[in-house]
Design a protein around this ligand. Sequence first.
Ligand SMILES: Cc1cc2nc3c(=O)[nH]c(=O)nc-3n(C[C@H](O)[C@H](O)[C@H](O)COP(=O)(O)OP(=O)(O)OC[C@H]3O[C@@H](n4cnc5c(N)ncnc54)[C@H](O)[C@@H]3O)c2cc1C
Length: 432
Amino acid sequence: MKKLNNYRRNFLKNSSYFISSLLFSSIFKINTSYSKSKLKPRIIIVGFGIGGATCISYLLKFSKNFDIIVIEKNERIQTCPMSNLVIADIIPYSYISHDFDYMRLKNIKFLNSSVKTIYTSKKIIETEDSSKIDYDYLILSPGINFKNDIDGYNHKDRTIIPHCWNGTKDLFKFKKRLNDLEKKSTIIISAPDYPYRCPPAPYERASLLANFLKRKKKKFKILILDSKDSFTKKEIFLNEWRNYHKESIEWIPKSKGGKVTYFNKKENYVKTSNGSKFKADFINIIPNQKAADILTRSKLNGNKDWCDVNPMTFELKNFRNIFVVGDSIDAGDMPKSAFSANSQAKILATNLVNRIYEKDILSPVFLNTCYSFSSSKRAFSITSWYKLNKKKTRIVSLGSSTTKVDALSHQYYDETRQAYGWYENLVKTLYG
Ligand SMILES: Cc1cc2nc3c(=O)[nH]c(=O)nc-3n(C[C@H](O)[C@H](O)[C@H](O)COP(=O)(O)OP(=O)(O)OC[C@H]3O[C@@H](n4cnc5c(N)ncnc54)[C@H](O)[C@@H]3O)c2cc1C
């Protein structure tokens, strides 16, 4: 404990800025009895999504020793995992929407606000209401932002069909537009280029939209216009589409002119890299992606799309005591997924505690399993294992295993149960 006290005293001596405890307590929605500890190292966590909430679930048992503050801009969490099933009316919205269980977060202060800027030289973050809070250690798991690199497309345009790639209530708008489709319609899904959040999800969305429209007895054609020439679990998806939707789902890869380069929202058509024009009743552009806004605004990503971190600790390159985890980082061979964010955040939190207590840093291994549904009774998965390369600078794949294309129906059904089991266990651990 002496080490911690010395640490905190040194920090306070060097820090040029403190906010008053009066202002501080007034900005917290809960725990208003908060007064700033001068003895404990302060850890601020930005984002209570999958990566941030996993860090908290690990740091919870040290919450008496550290001064932990969580800052999340949303008032509830709506997860992206399972959201395609909500769109397809297979499960209710309540399944993916979670309240914050404050009672569980003992000794942790929770601030419902958006972080505007991070002043790294002063070790201060500033929130949207201009409150400033100093930190000793800063953990960022803010997710993704979107690129506007398709001519005519703006991801912030409220009048177009929302991409539904970031856990917002836009999902209801998407569902309404889907429900409003006539008896016979053409749908375009434009799939982004790597790297992006949840690589199989555009193809899962195509499968589940088809499943939904078939149940509604509507005629449809789904065109997947792809910015890539291949995709994860491709053989299984193609097999599912052949067996259950015949000619109704067509995948057009980049090499055959699938990359969307132009969007005309007035006349509802897109143009692709080889000049082809595709008109549709429903155009769902899933934009290319990059690290969350807060990282760019605070100049933490070195002008790159994704943040470079040390994969042993998740400390941001060139920034001591700032850690980034989840979709915002370049995670080497690991895909951007909730499973990955969860696996990475456990290592981050463990090695941060090890650093604070001056213990050995663990050399990590990681795991990722991505489930995809093609209907309510059929799911399939890919599981991959990862370690660090010899220089310990990059996460590399150790191999993977995928559901067999010719698996039996009951095996596909078993995987749906495993998918629900994985999800329910995750959200119970993170959100109570
Ligand atoms: C359709 C779809 C289906 C998916 N299905 C799966 C699946 O089946 N399995 C799987 O493993 N993964 C899946 N994913 C991927 C998964 O959702 C992400 O990889 C995961 O959420 C990443 O976690 P994160 O912590 O990096 O970001 P998030 O979970 O998005 O958390 C970021 C949080 O930070 C908050 N935030 C951002 N900026 C600020 C700020 N400035 N101030 C305060 N708070 C801020 C946000 O409000 C958000 O709550 C899916 C994704 C999509 C789009």
